[in-house]
Design a binder for this molecule. Structure first.
Ligand SMILES: NC(=O)c1ccc[n+]([C@@H]2O[C@H](COP(=O)([O-])OP(=O)(O)OC[C@H]3O[C@@H](n4cnc5c(N)ncnc54)[C@H](O)[C@@H]3O)[C@@H](O)[C@H]2O)c1
Length: 369
């Protein structure tokens, strides 16, 4: 992606663009001017991101001519909390935020989720934009207007749909991500490739054939089709009542893995990689039709599983964690499975013994191939 790409996303509150490429930071001032209607900019930075790119992002915002109020929030999932939202509300109100101001979330999915939720709720909604700085947030979290925080009873249980005014991502920001954070984003890219099938899947298999170390430049060609795929899904189902649920592919097993590890050792996208293997194993046991056509996708997932850190995974803990999953209907847990590449289906009423076999096969893949 030597060129810049811009994808238009339709939402109930109007269209917004997701712009990614080299030099995008220089376009931030124009985006801010368009969205802060004469008002101030309240920029909220992830702490690690701020230490790497904060000064240059602030300089770019100041070129808009709008007054800037900057604040930094700690990095990490714990920040997605009611306490952070209360602190942000306090700061915004103390600085007399007004409806024509703009809130800017600068960081990955944690920052856009918590800051977007604070924006959705202060003064019953202030416009906001995102400087999206992780691969996972560029291809997934920053698109679709879902904002929210965690609750002691579970992840993402409190939130609001509040689409942004714009999303921008400069590739120079992504260049400072380490291998773990690139794998984190790859989990969602590979998920999208499985759901989309066709050319995106072919390109993903080809791009990832070399294995680690991953370099962000090599992944650039996959970013645009992933953004387009997610944009299409959220336009068809903004409120998560239908096709948007496909995006949970790999997540029922993946969330259970994360929970069983106490949300440590593996990042979300790594757990989703394992989770997709669980889903593939389950699909085979349920005799879904496309086993042969899914072989290349399964080989890709297996090869990525082999590149993950080795962790101790306990099948009982994973099964127990899975039963806490909120994605269920009257027949029990719901799984997004692939009939073939590009053909997702949602299944429930699966016998526990079959789920357990799939969990065991998933665990075995993490013991080395
Ligand atoms: N709203 C949605 O639709 C949606 C979708 C998917 C995921 N999410 C949420 O997104 C979150 C995960 O997002 P994430 O993976 O981006 O996590 P994150 O925001 O925690 O970022 C991951 C790590 O990268 C660091 N970082 C950020 N930018 C960096 C940069 N340019 N260089 C180096 N390090 C950088 C951060 O400090 C953090 O340590 C989860 O809370 C998940 O629930 C939301």
């Amino acid at each position: 992606m030597s060129r810049r790409i811009s994808v238009e996303v339709k939402s109930s509150r109007g269209n917004y663009s997701v712009t990614v490429g080299r030099g995008v930071e220089r376009r931030l001032a124009a985006a801010v001017r368009r969205s802060a209607h004469g008002g101030s900019v309240f920029a909220v930075f992830d702490a690690i991101l701020y230490s790497l790119h904060g000064t240059s992002i602030e300089r770019a915002i100041r070129k808009s001519g709008r007054p800037l109020v900057s604040t930094i929030i700690p990095s990490g999932e714990q920040t997605k909390s009611a306490e952070t939202v209360a602190q942000l509300h306090d700061l915004f109100l103390k600085q007399q935020i007004a409806r024509h101001d703009l809130i800017l979330a600068c960081g990955g999915g944690v920052t856009s989720d918590v800051v977007g939720y604070a924006a959705a709720t202060v003064l019953r909604g202030v416009r906001w934009g995102t400087c999206s700085t992780t691969l996972l947030s560029v291809v997934d979290a920053s698109i679709g207007g879902k904002t929210g925080i965690n609750h002691p009873r579970g992840k993402n249980l409190i939130g609001a749909f509040w689409p942004p005014e714009f999303v921008v991502s400069d590739l120079k920001w992504l260049a400072t991500l380490d291998q773990t954070q690139l794998r984190n984003g790859l989990g969602e890219i590979v998920k999208t490739a499985g759901l989309a099938g066709g050319r995106l899947l072919g390109d993903t298999i080809e791009t990832l054939a070399e294995g680690q170390p991953f370099v962000v430049e090599d992944l650039q060609g996959l970013i645009e089709p992933c953004i387009r795929f997610k944009a299409d899904i959220v336009e068809r189902d903004e409120r998560d009542q239908g096709v948007r649920q496909w995006l949970n592919y790999g997540h029922t097993f993946g969330h259970a893995v994360e929970r069983s590890l106490g949300f440590s050792r593996l990042v979300h996208g790594e757990a989703v990689i394992l989770g997709m293997l669980g889903a593939l194993e389950l699909g085979e046991r349920l005799r879904l039709p496309g086993r042969t056509s899914l072989k290349p996708f399964k080989s890709l997932v297996v090869s990525l599983c082999a590149q993950l850190p080795r962790v101790h995974l306990d099948p009982d803990d994973i099964m127990a964690a899975m039963h806490l999953d909120k994605k269920r209907d009257s027949r029990g847990l719901q799984f997004v499975l692939l009939k073939r590449p590009g053909e997702p289906t949602i299944t429930s009423g699966v016998p526990v013994g079959t789920i357990r076999q799939a969990v065991q096969a998933m665990i075995d893949s993490n013991r080395g191939v």
